[in-house]
Unconditional design. Structure first.
Length: 64
């Protein structure tokens, strides 16, 4: 398994509670659900490199 970057994240308690309920509905941890939501947003915007580009050292569509 690839290593993951750790960093502190401060959230408004009501936002966390909403994420916690949503994550439970999707059978995910809150951390896993946040990662899923961020990945989907990046994919929608075309900012997530394809797996092949990552293997070849490529970047996002914004990289020149």
């Amino acid at each position: 398994m690839a290593s993951k970057k750790s960093f502190p994240l401060r959230l408004d308690p009501s936002l966390y509670e909403a994420l916690e309920r949503w994550a439970a509905d999707e059978f995910r941890s809150v951390n896993g659900h946040i990662e899923y939501l961020l990945r989907e947003a990046l994919r929608r915007e075309g900012r997530l490199p394809s797996p092949r580009a990552r293997d070849q050292g490529g970047g996002t569509k914004d990289a020149d």
